[in-house]
Design a protein around this ligand. Structure first.
Ligand code: MF3
Ligand code: CO
Ligand code: CO
Length: 253
């Protein structure tokens, strides 16, 4: 069942999503060579707690840290630890906050110091894929329209979409219905209705779409070791289109 949020729930979602976005903005200047992913985790953890929230990933299905940090060929769910960032790395930082019982989820891929040409390309394409998906959100459209828009953007840029992981409904639960696939056919799938809230979070590879799981039980990597990037927003379906709940500026207005 897909939960249509009430006005009160939408307000609570606006607050938690704003905090998640503020956490991502706060951490950006710390993404520099010499930092460990554990340090990024600890700074985000403290910020989230100081703002009266809980980091949703911590202990979620046994996940041991407060954020996900996925570097270079890591696709998603990287576990913060001793890894030291170096110039030219790309790193996705995925923040989910639980504020007053509501989850807000957003992520972004950053360049460490000076971007490499491949790093620049995959991050630009991943952001374009997210934006194409977001711009397909309007009441009366279907989930397949979002997936189609995302995948066409990836393919037009000679990149590929990871198929094993998807966006998701979000609210009182971290992961709710529906599953938001990043591929699909136009005019198929669940009808979008005002009050639905879900994430769009395509994982885009520079090489083949195939993935592997690391022995830590969480980290997902590209099978061919190509770079992978991801951007994620939490989206409300409005009466006329969409509201990007995890955007802090007027980019999508
Ligand atoms: N934030 C991720 C998502 O976008 C989920 C992370 S689950 C975790 O859905 F356990 F790895 F934190
Ligand atoms: Co998500
Ligand atoms: Co996320």
């Amino acid at each position: 069942m897909i939960h249509i949020k009430t006005e009160a729930e939408i307000d609570a979602m606006r607050q938690t999503c704003r905090l998640a976005a503020e956490t991502l903005r706060m951490i950006e200047p710390h993404v520099i060579a010499g930092r460990t992913t554990q340090e990024l985790n600890d700074i985000c953890h403290a910020f989230i707690i100081e703002h009266g929230a809980i980091p949703s990933p911590l202990n979620y299905r046994g996940f041991p840290k407060s954020i996900c940090t996925s570097v270079n060929q890591q696709v998603c769910h990287g576990i913060p630890g001793k890894r030291i960032l170096k110039a030219g790395d790309i790193i996705n930082i995925d923040i989910t906050t639980n504020l007053n019982g509501f989850h807000g989820d957003t992520s972004k891929s950053f360049h460490v110091e000076k971007p490499t040409p491949k790093g620049m390309k995959i991050c630009q394409v991943a952001k374009s894929c997210l934006d194409a998906g977001i711009r397909a959100v309007v009441p009366g459209a279907r989930l397949g329209d979002i997936g189609w828009a995302v995948e066409q953007t990836a393919l037009a840029n000679h990149c590929t979409v990871v198929r094993e992981y998807c966006g998701h409904g979000i609210g009182r639960e971290f992961h709710e219905e529906p599953a938001v696939l990043h591929y699909g056919k136009p005019n198929t799938g669940t009808l979008l209705k005002p009050g639905m809230i879900f994430t769009i979070e395509p994982m885009i590879n520079l090489g083949k779409p195939d993935i592997r799981h690391m022995p830590d039980g969480w980290t997902v990597v590209t099978r061919d070791h190509s770079l992978s990037a991801q951007f994620e927003h939490t989206i409300l379906v409005t009466d006329t289109g969409f509201e990007v709940l995890t955007s802090l500026d007027d980019e999508y207005r």
